[in-house]
Design a protein. Structure first.
Lengths: 113, 111
């Protein structure tokens, strides 16, 4: 099983809502990543969890709050987002932080109204 | 500064033609990745290149790596419409193994 799953596939939320994105993998990977991708742009790293500990936070606004409850699961909690936060949010995982392959999930298309 | 330069950023080709996408990266890296992305979809891994002189081929796509020149190429042979997509190169340059992506090359193959 080389699959990273993400839910929901699509999310529309208002600026006052609180929602969460979920990412799951059952490959025994110990590094998990959140990337944000705006239209016609490359993915940009947001957060890295390595062995369930946050190791990188790329100056992401506090309205994005990551959580790694266990080695298989990664959440991204969203609160008071802005319309410019609308993007494709991609989760990825790898065996370790410097491992050979990084597997991407299908993404969550987020629209903030 | 960690950065990747891809060119061209836009490529319109006719079916049956050959072309090459270039990827220059800014610092030493032990691996170089090529991904394909269809509109509205996630990233599909095409190639991982691990060493100087590495060459990998899959169908009409061939990727190579020159670590001394910090250059990777993605060569397209006899393009077909199904290859239309955006292609990203990336290198592992972040302090925690994260990927640094190029801006992407949007390829359009026309009959």
């Amino acid at each position: 099983d080389t699959e990273v799953t993400q839910t929901p596939k699509h999310l529309v939320m208002g600026m006052t809502n609180k929602k969460s994105l979920k990412c799951e993998q059952h490959m025994g990977h110990r590094a998990m990543y959140w990337y944000k991708q705006k239209a016609k742009k490359p993915p940009e790293l947001m957060f890295v969890y390595s062995y369930e500990k946050l190791s990188i936070n790329e100056s992401v606004p506090s309205r994005f709050s990551p959580e790694c409850p266990n080695s298989s699961l990664l959440n991204l909690h969203l609160h008071a987002l802005q319309p410019e936060d609308s993007a494709l949010y991609l989760c990825a995982s790898s065996q370790g932080p410097f491992s050979y392959e990084q597997y991407f999930g299908p993404g969550t298309r987020l629209t903030v109204t | 500064e960690l950065k990747v330069e891809q060119n061209p950023l836009f490529l319109s080709m006719q079916e049956g033609k050959n072309y090459t996408i270039y990827c220059n990266y800014s610092t030493t890296s032990d691996r170089l990745y090529w991904y394909r992305q269809d509109p509205g979809k996630s990233l599909e891994s095409l190639f991982v290149l691990l060493s100087n002189g590495a060459v990998k081929q899959e169908g009409r796509l061939m990727a190579s790596l020159d670590t001394k020149a910090r250059l990777s190429t993605l060569h397209i042979t006899a393009a077909v419409h199904d290859l239309s997509a955006t292609y990203f190169c990336a290198f592992r340059g972040g302090s925690q193994g994260n990927l640094i992506f190029g801006k992407g090359t949007k390829l359009s193959v026309k009959p």
